[in-house]
Write a protein that binds this ligand. Structure first.
Ligand SMILES: [Zn+2]
Ligand SMILES: [Zn+2]
Length: 254
């Protein structure tokens, strides 16, 4: 198989114009298998090369990926797996996107799917269950569960418990437990989520020069006009950071 590209990922997920017509023809299982192959290949790349490709992908396709995920069904699908891959790789474009009004109901949607799916959890293997809970746990960090329907939370809790009991000490168990603790209002878990959320926000609002401590709270910061993801305390630091930043700076319309 050839090396993944931004375009090949998007075509495989049928969110590029060149693959849109295949959207209803290719079963989601096939899209997911193809994505798994590409993700496995990317895991063999250097961290910086992978980061660059995922940044470009996110800047270009994230709104479409999000729409496709909303239209897709089930607790696990190809588009969720790609969103999860962006989150778990810490792609800043995702952090920006999830703050947009259009993306505000991610937790509510995912919880509803987990609550109403007859296949969840019994129809999935340990790896899939881990991926489902990892995704939920990550978006909980950004959005909390305030928008989720209490009835859905009530149904999902015992389902998570089942996963924890079935797969002790593994990826599925650990990720399910993280969601379980948070959703039942465990104070330590909520505190940990809040701490991570705060750190993510601080990183987003901080000057793009690593050694510079300026943030939106202390300085009138300016965003990079092209990607609008990076921020700087002034033109000097923007110039200083450009050599490094230009490799992950992509035009982005969200
Ligand atoms: Zn600075
Ligand atoms: Zn930029």
């Amino acid at each position: 198989m050839s090396q993944p590209t931004v375009k090949s990922l998007a075509i495989g997920l049928t969110i590029d114009d060149d693959g849109l017509h295949l959207g209803d023809i290719i079963p989601d299982d096939v899209k997911r298998q193809r994505l798994d192959v590409e993700r496995n290949t990317l895991e063999g790349w250097s961290q910086s090369a992978r980061h660059k490709l995922l940044c470009e992908f996110a800047a270009r396709y994230l709104p479409r990926l999000f729409d496709a995920w909303k239209k897709n069904k089930g607790a696990l699908n190809s588009h969720m797996c790609m969103l999860n891959y962006l989150v778990s790789n810490g792609i800043p474009y995702f952090t920006r996107f999830i703050k947009q009004p259009v993306a505000q109901n991610m937790v509510a949607i995912q919880l509803e799917r987990m609550a109403t799916s007859n296949d969840y959890p019994s129809g999935y293997d340990a790896q899939d269950l881990g991926e489902i809970a990892q995704f939920l746990s990550s978006i909980l960090m950004y959005q909390g569960a305030d928008d989720a329907a209490p009835a859905h939370v009530k149904v999902v809790l015992p389902k998570l418990k089942t996963v924890m009991q079935r797969y002790r000490d593994g990826f599925a168990d650990e990720t399910a437990e993280r969601c379980y603790d948070y959703l039942r209002g465990d104070p330590i878990s909520q505190m940990m989520h809040d701490t991570i959320k705060k750190k993510i926000n601080e990183d987003m609002n901080k000057c793009g020069v690593e050694t510079c401590e300026a943030t939106v709270k202390t300085h009138p910061m300016k965003g990079c006009a092209k990607c609008r993801v990076a921020r700087y305390c002034g033109p000097e630091h923007q110039k200083q950071a450009w050599k490094k930043h230009k490799t992950v700076c992509f035009p982005c319309d969200f």
